[in-house]
Ligand binder design. Structure first.
Ligand SMILES: [Zn+2]
Length: 196
């Protein structure tokens, strides 16, 4: 039996919270302030044992004007109107802020795993998320499939294996180290298990 949930993180406000229709905008999303407390509550309510947590990153693809079926909010102009060049820039910027200033700009939630799961669970954080289709890929896979290239200005980009969009590329290894430090700082339990 497997129960899989993805929940929005509001421990720190999302950078897009002020835009109606964004994951944290408009007041339509419950505030889950602690992964550990949320997982424990679900465990208690369902009877399924919580076995792993994966931190999820955003590419702001929900702001992509090409994905919108309704009138775009005016405040989206602050994110370049939802054009891909702007989402590319913000995705690149957020990952660098996370890496060098220990912010959580790229993080939007968690995937929780409950119950009896066949095989190993990959809990590594994948920071390379497509600005168009929102699919995430591990850096090692993108490199192995030769989807990463360096531009003339020195920025590394990857071509999304699912939709072909160009995206800013970031190594996953720093995210794993950063998250481990964060978890050790925030929890008094097992520091190897990213529960909070
Ligand atoms: Zn894509």
């Amino acid at each position: 039996m497997v129960l899989y949930l993805s929940l929005c993180l509001t421990q720190q406000p999302l950078p897009t919270d002020f835009i109606d229709g964004s994951p944290g905008g408009g007041g339509h999303v419950n505030s889950f302030t602690s992964a550990w407390k949320t997982a424990s509550a679900i465990e208690e309510a369902t009877g399924f044992r919580h076995v792993a947590t994966k931190v999820l990153c955003s590419s702001l693809s929900f702001l992509n004007r090409g994905n919108s079926l309704r009138l775009l909010p005016r405040r989206l102009l602050l994110f370049g109107g939802g054009y891909e060049w702007s989402l590319f820039f913000h995705a690149w910027l957020f990952r660098r802020l996370d890496r060098y200033l220990n912010t959580r700009m790229s993080v939007y939630g968690w995937a929780f795993y409950f119950g009896r799961i066949q095989g190993p669970i990959d809990t590594e954080t994948w920071v390379n998320v497509c600005i168009r289709c929102g699919s995430a890929s591990p850096a090692s896979l993108l490199i192995r499939r030769e989807l990463v290239r360096r531009t003339l200005v020195g920025v590394h980009i990857f071509r999304c294996p699912d939709c072909g969009a160009d995206n800013p590329f970031a190594d996953d290894a720093w995210a794993a180290d950063w998250l481990r430090r964060e978890m050790m700082r925030r929890t008094s339990g097992d520091p190897t298990l990213p529960r909070n």
